[in-house]
Design a protein around this ligand. Structure first.
Ligand code: ATP
Length: 241
């Protein structure tokens, strides 16, 4: 019997015209689980995340929280509780921090979008955003923009967040802050599940309950946190093969 909760993907395939960039992807992510996705450049990690949220035409089946998402458009998938933080962040650089956060409300049902505490989860995660809410997003450092992108995803109170290399090119002190925020998402009353694409393997080991290895568009390995603790070099060795 299929697991009614969380994310369940079967036989997912997607590409860019000729040939499939990912094929036959079957995975699940339980409510509150942090699932890592690793693979070399070009393995298909970004394609997998984009296919999940229907930004690419795809085959196969995607279920989330008991609902079939196969025929839904990206906006509808967002309303069902899945947020996507793309690589490169996708912010509106000419708009302020607060405007960027408000724009996330666009995808929400009207009643929810008008709620007084709309931006609370964003400001709770990164309090400096409130202090600098009138700053132009484009004037922020790369690490600050990344925090804003994650905060923007939180506005919709998602049950699952897909993160594409959220720590890429970010200085170590800020990495620690973002990691702490991601960790806190799992310990709140209603834990948020994460599907984390990340090249920083130390962070992957520190955060993930399970890690999947994608190779040439297919899932080749899966490890649980215990296996990664017992053998810290496990992922790196597979990526080097
Ligand atoms: P990276 O770590 O470099 O971001 P990735 O694992 O995220 O890599 P994808 O970006 O998903 O990999 O790319 C998977 C395959 O699809 C690669 O062969 C890539 O060249 C191809 N590809 C990705 N985006 C496009 C596109 N817009 N048009 C055509 N081919 C693409």
């Amino acid at each position: 019997t299929p697991e009614p909760h969380g994310l369940r993907v079967s036989g997912l395939g997607a590409g860019y015209g000729q040939g499939l960039a990912i094929a036959d992807i079957t995975l699940h992510c339980a409510p509150g689980e942090t699932l890592g996705l690793v693979g070399r450049n070009g393995a298909g990690k970004t394609t997998l995340l984009r296919a999940l949220v229907a930004q690419l035409p795809r085959d196969g089946h995607v279920h989330y929280a008991g609902t079939c998402l196969d025929r839904l458009a990206p906006e509808a998938i967002a309303r069902h509780g899945i947020a996507y933080v793309p690589q490169g962040r996708g912010l509106f650089v000419d708009f302020s921090i607060e405007e960027n956060l408000m724009l996330a409300a666009h995808a929400l049902p009207a009643a929810q979008a008008k709620a007084r505490d709309l931006l609370t989860p964003a400001y709770q995660a990164f309090p400096w955003l409130r202090d600098q809410r009138r700053s132009r997003a484009g004037s922020l450092s790369g690490g600050q923009q990344q925090q804003l992108a994650i905060a923007r995803a939180l506005v919709a109170r998602p049950g699952l967040i897909l993160l594409d290399e959220p720590l890429e090119g970010i200085q170590p002190s800020i990495v620690a802050r973002i990691v702490q925020v991601l960790r806190n998402l799992r310990t709140q009353t209603r834990p948020t599940a994460l599907l984390l694409v990340e090249q920083n393997l130390e962070v992957v080991r520190a955060l993930c309950d399970r890690v999947l290895l994608l190779e040439s568009g297919r899932l080749r390995q899966a490890w649980d946190a215990r296996a990664l603790r017992d053998d810290p070099g496990l992922i790196a060795r597979h990526l080097a093969l």
